[in-house]
Design a protein around this ligand. Structure first.
Ligand code: ADQ
Length: 476
């Protein structure tokens, strides 16, 4: 293990999955955001390989040096993957954190396996870390990890970042095993949230359900543990997206060239029920119903890569979306105009950026979303002098920052359709003014600000200052 000084601490990122650096595309927000951030610290990324095997319990972690960092993974047994990942994490926690208690299913066996797999992560991670490391745990799959690591004598600083919303305390209190989760969160030195409302929900939950107290600053205390609960809105590498968009602008159109009158609305989301895709398609349909002047002059391009296909609820959402696409195209389309272009696959990032740049409206309508990076990527890809308009759900975490977007309630189909019409007809001066302010916001709160401020919060919870990213290291 290399020797470390105070200013040269190693970052250890732990997440359910590590990014696959050999894959052609990264479609998950987490993978896209953390990959570059980790390389700058020559750190360690630890997670599940995504593979299962019968003898997983007796196989040591697979350690690989790849793309400037160390990647260590463990395999799970089928039973572990089913109970931990498909079971408690994605059948129970994911829907509940997105206010879908109606979809949250749990049985005791699955939640038990979730806690056991977290213990297995801790067993495998302990030999790979030192007390001087800084451990950054990501997302709802791994809430109990700090408790497990502390139980094994880990003295390193440990922070947790929740990429999803933290729902209102009444919702979280209804999650099976919620007290175990709540107490486990309190063990972290820092718990990071995407928005002030997530943080405030957590603070209220700590007082209401854990008999805790809110202290000065962002600190909360309960059950003898004190943690810093703060807001770190995730961002994107704005310069990277802008540069890519400028390059793509010099290339010919990817979409069928159907004349300069045709406007394009773009939607890009994992095909997840939280992303509001049926509501979005319905709003587009209502736009065509109520504003016939757009017939033949607007198209919706929806790119929706598959996700968690093993779960029935994801098969249902796919069927629903594809039925609506067929209905709209059948109802309004003709030989020269296809209103909805739909793709159920991942695409290369430069193609996404090309589409963002050439689209007049970015259409982002999640029913609930931790942040939503697509909204920020759309803004970053616009041409400054002639930008498009972002129509954004007020229930995306991004809405807290992106106030100059046209904010809509995605459940209100009529309101969303009217916002689409307004976006399609907005004068250039207004588009420009809104874009300018949005741009400033995404530029200030970019990926590096997120990374550095989260790391800085570890320093605040420590007596020794931490400088993982000295200036000469440059942008990740
Ligand atoms: P996600 O739910 O995956 O992330 P999001 O933040 O929008 O959602 O990130 C998706 C990322 O995948 C974007 O970078 C996007 O460009 C990319 N992507 C989407 N579709 C793609 C496609 N077809 N091909 C290639 N790339 C595609 C979770 C939370 C969010 C939170 C992020 C980060 O659910 O709320 O913003 O983590 O914290």
């Amino acid at each position: 293990m290399p020797e470390k000084t105070e200013n040269n601490r190693r970052l250890v990122v732990v997440s359910n999955r590590v990014a696959d650096f050999k894959a052609k595309f990264q479609t998950g927000g987490l993978a896209v955001a953390l990959g570059d951030a980790l390389k700058a610290s020559k750190g360690l990324w630890f997670g599940w390989s995504g593979d299962t095997r019968d003898d997983a319990l007796s196989v040591p972690p697979h350690v690989e040096h790849v793309a400037g960092l160390t990647v260590a993974t463990i395999d799970l047994t089928d039973k572990e993957a089913e109970g931990y990942y498909f079971g408690y994490a994605n059948r129970c926690l994911w829907p509940a954190l997105h206010y879908r208690l109606d979809l949250a299913q749990s049985n005791e066996e699955q939640s038990e396996i979730y806690f056991q797999v977290n213990a297995r992560f801790a067993d495998a991670l302990m030999p790979l870390i030192t007390p001087d490391d800084i451990i950054w745990v990501n997302d709802y799959h791994l809430i109990p990890l700090a408790e497990e690591l502390r139980g094994r004598g880990c003295e390193a600083r440990i922070g947790f970042f929740l990429h999803t919303p933290f729902p209102s305390p009444e919702i979280f209190a209804a999650v099976p095993s919620q007290k175990r989760l709540g107490n486990a969160l309190m063990v972290y030195d820092v718990v990071g949230f995407q928005t002030t409302s997530d943080r405030d929900n957590f603070r209220r939950y700590v007082t209401a359900s854990l008999d805790g107290e809110q202290l000065q600053g962002d600190r909360v205390t309960a059950q003898g543990e004190t943690t810093l609960a703060s807001v770190f809105p995730i961002g994107i590498d704005v310069e990277h997206f802008k540069k890519l968009a400028d390059e793509e602008d010099t290339k010919g159109p990817l979409l069928p060239d159907v004349g300069s009158d045709m406007k394009t609305i773009i939607g890009v989301d994992r095909l997840d029920y939280t992303k509001g895709l049926p509501e979005r398609l319905r709003a587009f349909e209502v736009l065509l119903e109520q504003f016939p002047e757009h017939h033949g002059k607007v198209r919706l391009v929806q790119i929706a890569p598959p996700t968690r296909e093993g779960l029935p609820v994801y098969q249902e959402i796919r069927e629903n979306v594809e039925r609506l696409v067929g209905r709209i195209n059948g109802r309004f389309g003709d030989l020269s105009w296809q209103p909805v272009i739909y793709m159920h696959r991942g695409v290369a990032q430069h193609i996404l950026v090309h589409l963002f740049r050439r689209s007049d409206v970015g259409f982002v309508t999640p029913l609930h979303d931790g942040m939503n990076l697509v909204a920020k990527e759309y803004i970053a890809a616009q041409a400054a002098q002639d930008p498009g308009v972002l129509v954004l759900s007020r229930f995306a975490g991004a809405a807290e920052q992106l106030r100059e977007a046209l904010l809509i309630n995605p459940h209100d189909i009529q309101e969303t359709a009217r916002a689409l019409d307004r976006a399609l007809t907005m004068p250039r001066q207004e588009r420009w003014a809104r874009h300018n302010r949005l741009w400033q916001r995404i530029e200030t709160y970019d990926l590096f600000n997120w990374r550095d401020s989260f790391i800085q919060s570890f320093a605040e919870s420590d007596t020794n200052p931490v400088n993982l990213f000295p200036k000469e290291a440059g942008a990740a």
